[in-house]
Design a protein around this ligand. Structure first.
Ligand SMILES: C[S@@+](CC[C@H](N)C(=O)[O-])C[C@H]1O[C@@H](n2cnc3c(N)ncnc32)[C@H](O)[C@@H]1O
Ligand SMILES: Nc1nc2[nH]cc(C(=O)O)c2c(=O)[nH]1
Ligand code: SF4
Ligand SMILES: [Mg+2]
Length: 215
């Protein structure tokens, strides 16, 4: 199958329990919860996205004809030494495109594979680190993994005492709250800190790459 990739770059993982780790980011084009067009944002299921995932014209992006070509491009970005190779599949929604061939090719190249997903599509079982970030108003079917990273606050559908209680019973090793990056970001961060102080099962996840000026 062919893969539509918005961009691919080498940076540090900025978020979550793996923050600080050197990583290739493979950003797939397209998402099932928003078209990516600003005129559709207000009517989308996911309305707060901080990412441009439309098209394939970003740095390192393109249409890749097969998994070997895509894995080869990721290897080239990482550099020659295969030790500690780590790749984060993101998007857009990566589970719209991830398949057996890609997982096998990336493992064949020595990568540990992480994913950032909205959880509405079951994650490929070969992936080594699963981060699910639920979106209010969507049906989260992937309820287990390595980290649940909840952007907070979100409207209506899950509120402390309702959805958050239920999520605490899902099968994740780490529970993280990430402040919503919008014009109220400072208040959002305060709200996250308040929840964590009240519910020690959760930890604060900051978007370190934004604080550091990294991609
Ligand atoms: C752009 S999404 C792509 C992967 C996948 N579609 C998802 O939503 O998990 C990558 C991460 O950024 C988070 N994110 C997106 N917009 C954000 C915002 N405005 N503030 C904080 N985190 C945000 C998402 O929740 C997700 O954890
Ligand atoms: N540095 C960095 N870390 C990230 N962690 C998750 C990201 C994403 O957009 O999926 C992201 C990103 O875009 N950049
Ligand atoms: S699900 Fe992820 S990629 Fe899709 S619009 Fe929401 S944050 Fe952006
Ligand atoms: Mg991002």
């Amino acid at each position: 199958m062919t893969y539509a990739v918005k961009e691919m770059f080498l940076t540090l993982q900025g978020e979550g329990a793996q923050a600080g780790r050197r990583a290739v980011f493979l950003r797939f084009a397209g998402c099932n919860l928003w078209s990516g067009r600003e005129q559709d944002r207000a009517s989308a299921i996911c309305r707060f996205c901080d990412t441009d995932f439309v098209g394939v014209a970003g740095p390192g992006g393109g249409k890749f004809a097969d998994a070997a070509g895509l894995a080869g491009a990721a290897e080239a970005l990482w550099g020659a030494d295969p030790a500690h190779r780590y790749i984060v599949l993101t998007g857009g929604e990566p589970m719209l495109q991830v398949d057996d061939a890609l997982v096998d090719a990336l493992h064949g190249a020595g990568f540990v594979i992480a994913i950032e997903t909205n959880g509405t599509i079951p994650v490929h079982p070969g992936i080594d680190w699963v981060c699910v970030s639920p979106k209010a108003g969507s049906d989260v079917v992937q309820r287990s993994g390595d980290e649940l990273k909840l952007v907070w606050p979100q409207p209506a559908a899950f509120l402390p005492g309702q959805g958050m209680d239920e999520m605490e019973d899902w099968g994740f090793a780490n529970f993280l709250l990430q402040p919503l990056d919008d014009p109220q970001q400072e208040a959002n961060t305060r709200a996250c800190i308040d929840v964590v102080m009240d519910r020690p099962k959760w930890r604060l996840s900051l978007q370190n790459h934004k604080l550091l000026g990294l991609k």
